[in-house]
Design a protein around this ligand. Structure first.
Ligand SMILES: [Zn+2]
Length: 286
């Protein structure tokens, strides 16, 4: 799932490549992906791309006249920038991976795609990003929050730190992968309870959040959209590395599975060497 660093990089790429280009047309292939109907997608035609920004894990493509295409890429969504499209024939609604296509006046443009059968990618065409319910309820950005804000937000929600850190209303931008990485860097168990964390532990967690996300943003910057996934994978120390050695201490990275996700951690670095119970039915991770 694209999280803060990947969405930041996608926005950066669009700023560099698409700003100033005029939209020929927007084609919607997955009707269910577009969550708004007014303004209609035809309202974008003829407008120039003015900017691209990020709100948490939402990408916001801004067109002249304050029209925003806000996108949540969900778990399997992605943005593919095309220097050219193979055909000028409009996409037909269907079952393919392309949800939405934006064609620009130089023949380039981008596709929003979603792999797999679970279609969760959500796009909104709005005049103000706050009209998107998921954007309106976002907490402070995980990369911007200072220590006082971070501490206040984490303590505002009692629960297992992994779940609280990935709750977008608490802090915006952190998902399953980077929360594993942040907790590993902070040497905290994913099951530690937030209101029992000491000031020192919260300061360490805050520093780890900034370091892990900041490093990932720097690694991703300047990469083309197509290269970002590999770039993300190469920087991970525990996430998606079950059974491999922890690069910090050499212990074996372990996993806890849930109904539709899993978390990875290093016992030596994070849980005093003790493996965590694999609570398969836990609803910790959203
Ligand atoms: Zn370790």
């Amino acid at each position: 799932m694209p999280e803060l660093p990947e969405v930041e990089a996608l926005a950066g790429y669009l700023r560099e490549r698409a700003v100033g280009r005029r939209v020929d047309r927007v084609e919607v292939a997955a009707i269910s992906a577009l969550k708004t109907y007014d303004p209609a997608p035809t309202a974008v035609s003829g407008r120039a791309v003015a900017d691209a920004r990020r709100h948490g894990k939402f990408l916001d493509v801004i067109f002249d006249g304050d029209l925003h295409l806000v996108v949540h890429l969900a778990r399997a969504g992605w943005l593919h920038y095309r220097e050219a499209f193979p055909s000028t024939t409009p996409l037909r609604p269907g079952k393919g991976p392309i949800a939405l296509r934006v064609r620009l006046d130089d023949g380039s443009g981008f596709d929003l795609t979603e792999a797999g059968t679970q279609k969760k990618l959500a796009a909104y065409l709005v005049t103000d990003p706050a009209q998107v319910p998921g954007v309106a309820k976002l907490g402070p950005d995980a990369l911007d929050a200072d220590l006082a804000t971070f501490t206040e937000r984490l303590r505002s929600r009692r629960g297992q730190v992994k779940g609280v850190l990935t709750d977008q209303a608490v802090l915006a931008g952190v998902g399953n992968a980077y929360s594993d990485e942040i907790l590993h860097a902070a040497k905290l168990s994913p099951f530690a309870i937030t209101d029992r964390l000491t000031d020192d532990q919260l300061a360490t967690l805050h520093a780890a959040t900034r370091t892990v996300l900041g490093d990932a943003v720097r690694r991703s910057a300047g990469h083309r959209a197509a290269e970002l996934k590999g770039e993300k994978r190469s920087g991970l120390k525990v996430h998606a590395r079950t059974g491999l050695p922890c690069p910090v201490c050499g212990d074996t990275v372990r996993e806890v599975s849930f109904a539709d996700s899993s978390l990875q951690y290093c016992p030596t670095c994070q849980t005093g060497g003790k493996p965590l119970a694999d609570r398969r039915l836990s609803r910790l991770v959203r």
